[in-house]
Design a protein around this ligand. Sequence first.
Ligand SMILES: Cc1ncc(COP(=O)(O)O)c(C=O)c1O
Length: 461
Amino acid sequence: MPATTASPRSETPDTRSQATAPAPGADPAGTTIEERARAAARDAGSRPAGAPDFAALLRQDPEIAGVLLGESARQSDGLQLIAAENFTSPAVLAALGSPLGNKYAEGYPGARHHGGCEIVDLAERIAVERAKALFGAEHANVQAHSGSSAVLAAYAALLRPGDTVLAMSLPHGGHLTHGSPANFSGRWFDFVGYGVDEETGLLDYDAIRDLARARRPKAIVCGSISYPRHLDYAAFRDIADETGAYLIADVAHPLGLIAGGAAPSPVPYAHVVCGTTHKVLRGPRGGLILCGTKLAERIDRAVFPFTQGGAQMNAVAAKAVAFAEAATPAFGAYAHQVTANARALAEALAGHGLTITTGGTDTHLITADTAPLGLDARTARGRLAAAGIVLDTCALPCAEHPVPCRTGLRLGTAAVTTQGMGEAEMKSVAELIVAALEEDGAVRSRTVALVHGFPPYPDHG
Ligand SMILES: Cc1ncc(COP(=O)(O)O)c(C=O)c1O
């Protein structure tokens, strides 16, 4: 396999200093949970009763087993450039597929509505402590089922129905939860959209300040599904303070870059930070909320009991595993490689004639216009899919009128970086993309040859 970039899988996280959970109780044999876990770690064959058993699934339900095998092959045989996806570690997958998924745990550690939560309480305490340490936050809520649930809880904690909220408009890169009429946010709140400069594609902070002064929102949301540049959280906080608004940073996309030190952190500036634990952070599908001590109770109550029921304790444990991985130097190297790869890919695509929004990227995200090649984005995505290159389309910044806005391609480099690809491979990826857009018949086999050199799970026999 070619020289690879650092992966958390190449380094065992040292969780000893981070796991500040209280000493667990002794079991009937007089050993603590930690002692049992250490003993199990010495015995390579031991695993919890009910741990995933693919052979059992294959015997019992070959139809669904076939789906798992098919998806696994699809992920390994194509070039995965969807900006929101990644290959999470076998350790995260083990926690996700664990018997913790059987446990009901409404409430919070030490204050649950169900019995028998003393063990899963440990998982949540550990996850919370690791998240706080990783992001330097006073409080963390690790129960949000998804990024959307995290945003919903932030609104529930800070807003009343009908309140005015400023967020990036959807055609310029806002998420559905930032005021789409098809989403609870657009129905329950009065969203006012700010946009990017149509020429440069960059946020215009003076224009956002003017809009905030005029509309006096209760909250300002910063964060995007496609903005490829770092956000100026200090500027957003300044605007929020001037206009008496809460600042909510929805950093679903760059949360992993923030953890790895490859993007600035909103934690010192935002009243509430929402994120996803998948995407660049490379954990399980799920949400995370960070805030200061003052808002901690409001946020926790907004998650449970206001917007959610029982926490998914298998996902909470998997988040804890991902936070420990993200605290390692290897993860920092990965995060920086993700951005280096995105820069290299953006440059190479521009060299082949695509227009890159904002002229480049600071993050894992690239948005590109295929119009200079005479192709609309939908046709382009179809040709790429036929070549085994998987990515999304997204709206490109445009004037609100005339509609419709143009769409472009949205690419991300997190998954390919996890696979071990570096800047040299990004040049090959750009060549493959352009060959696929030109409907070169040989490109599918060239894509397979490239990705097979970088298996997402190299230890899989
Ligand atoms: C900025 C932003 N917020 C929220 C979400 C929602 O996350 P989820 O799909 O986990 O609900 C996303 C997902 O892509 C996002 O990019």
